[in-house]
Design a binder for this molecule. Sequence first.
Ligand code: SF4
Length: 245
Amino acid sequence: MLMGDLCTRGCRFCAVTSGHPNGYLDPLEPWKVAQVVSEWGLDYVVLTSVARDDLPDGGAEHFAKTIRAIKQKTPTALVEVLIPDFRGDINALKKVVEAQPDVIDHNIETVERLTPKVRDRRATYRQSLMVLENVKKLDPTRYTKSSIMVGLGETDEEILQTMRDLRAVGVDILTIGQYLRPSPRHIEVVEYVHPDKFARWKEIGEAMGFRYVASGPLVRSSYRAGEFFVKSLLRSKEGELNHGS
Ligand code: SF4
């Protein structure tokens, strides 16, 4: 997780501490991360961060520097980034997209009706869809991923609508998982959804055209869906090349 452990937002489902980092950023973090990736010999890295509304670009340049540093030091490493909405600032988003991470994630988290109750008021459903749509507008070759938590009181139709909305903005990879309350201070679980329903959403999602759907009670947004998808894609490309030579 980049840019510290204090988030400028306060979503009601999230265990990260809210606070004011006062613009502090470790300028060496991108190279430190790249060094660790290289030393540990990692072939797939997921970078995430807190929301940094205290920074003019929300930390987009810091993400971009980290992606570039990793790719420079370990050219074979695949990089997935789970980004905040950068308050909808497309110029900030462009910095991340231009650094060419292999997968760009932004989580819609919940259905539209419940968004104001579940997420920080600065994070809107429409803005999150716009972030995902703008990634594809800036570079249609980037893969995008998003996640939905269920069990917060949404209806099945609302979940299907959220899936349709994500597909309509070109999202490639979808994860759906059960919301679990991190502490009694967080928003309560309304329902523990049956595993059969998760299996059904996977089928429906794949029929809708998502390239990969991970759906199950224990699937988290950080689930390795992006990794499975990108690695299998690269393997099939290598297979085609070997076959062709
Ligand atoms: S913006 Fe992200 S890290 Fe911050 S409180 Fe919301 S979910 Fe947690």
